[in-house]
Design a protein around this ligand. Structure first.
Ligand code: SF4
Ligand code: SF4
Length: 343
């Protein structure tokens, strides 16, 4: 068995659904990335501005780096978390934060790599690596017009992780672009955030607006948010390559029942303690109560009715101005659609 085959076998045994190898070189979209940052299309995600060269070249991050081991893990939790829900959450957040689980597996794989010699550096999301470029180079998938990596079997529903290594591994061949004439993801975007194929204006993207954005949701995007309270899957859902997607093997990616089965307005009753308990280990906990309730208020303004007004009126008195302002907006939206509540 070659070294490459041995590593792929270890990856499969650790629960990764795919493992391929890219050469260590400057990322192919490094210049586009710098343009994207200079245009300000990354919004307030200031950490993306730091060290663009390190982010683009694994040889700067790990001197002597020869290869990037690219790994994919399927997280597809299925279609519907529960019947009759009045809110939507991006699928990757239906249960536990994936970072912990993947980091543990990456560290285990690094320990196995150490038996082969060399140095190894694992990354999942957090590291300075333009990971989609390396995944494309490795033939794991290709950079779709949505800007997301598309896998020929897993479609859009997978997490990417990498290990930079000084081992001189034989690289796999790229798979090429298989979007063809399709523009389904661009057409599906409710806020026209994909401004051209493979061009995302994060400031218009509901994922960014509901998760990364710390301030108010700009009014021009509030109605387009619909009932999404954390992230958005529309450009992923639209991709025809999802026809091969299968439910994840990993139980901790499947819908956690405590997060579903509520009414939107129930979330407005969460104080900090209850919020942290409900979203324990969930990625949603990261945005904290104020941003989450901000999102809930917008969703209620879009899909709520008169029965939601008492909860919104309480939220409008919240000492946190972010929650209060969005609650006032939601009340006005509902009253505009249904007329003022009778006293
Ligand atoms: S996540 Fe939603 S808002 Fe963002 S680009 Fe995709 S479809 Fe558009
Ligand atoms: S929806 Fe179509 S254009 Fe968009 S990433 Fe998928 S195949 Fe490519």
């Amino acid at each position: 068995m070659s070294t490459q085959e041995q590593i792929k076998l270890w990856a499969r045994q650790l629960g990764f659904d795919d493992c391929r190898i890219a050469p260590a070189r400057r990322a192919s979209h490094a210049d586009d990335y710098v343009d994207w940052i200079e245009d300000g299309r990354h919004g307030d995600m200031a950490w993306l501005e730091r060290n663009p060269e390190r982010r683009s070249d694994p040889r700067i991050v790990l001197p002597g780096c020869k290869a990037v081991i690219c790994l994919a893990i399927n997280y597809y939790p299925g279609d519907q978390p529960a019947e009759g829900m009045d809110y939507r959450i991006a699928r990757y957040a239906w249960n536990d934060d994936y970072h912990d689980l993947i980091e543990k597996r990456l560290k285990q794989l690094c320990r196995q790599l150490e038996t082969l010699g060399g140095q190894h550096k694992p990354y999942v999301d957090t590291g300075p690596v333009l990971e989609r470029d390396f995944a494309s180079d490795a033939g794991l998938g290709w950079n779709g017009k949505s800007t997301m990596q598309i896998h020929r079997k897993l479609g859009t529903w997978f997490f990417l992780a990498e290990i930079l290594t000084t081992l001189p591994l034989q690289a796999d061949e790229a798979f090429g672009d298989h979007c063809g004439k399709c523009v389904a993801c661009i057409d599906a975007c409710p806020t026209a955030a994909i401004t051209a194929p493979r061009r995302l204006d994060a400031r218009r993207c509901i994922s960014y607006l509901t998760i990364e954005n710390k301030g108010p949701i700009p009014e021009e995007f509030r109605e387009a948010m619909g009932n999404r309270i954390y992230g958005c899957d529309d450009c992923l859902d639209a991709c025809p390559w999802n026809r091969f997607a299968r439910t994840a093997r990993e139980a901790s990616f499947l819908a956690r029942k405590e997060i579903f089965g509520h009414h939107l307005r129930d979330f407005l009753g969460l104080d900090d303690v209850a919020f942290n308990k409900l979203f324990q280990k969930s990625p949603i906990k990261r945005i904290k109560r104020a941003r989450f309730l901000r999102n809930v208020c917008v969703a209620l303004g879009n899909v709520g009715g008169p029965s939601d007004l008492p909860a919104l009126e309480m939220a409008a008195k919240d000492p946190d101005p972010l929650i209060a302002e969005h609650a006032h907006w939601a009340i006005a939206q509902i009253q505009r659609k249904t007329g003022p509540a009778s006293s």
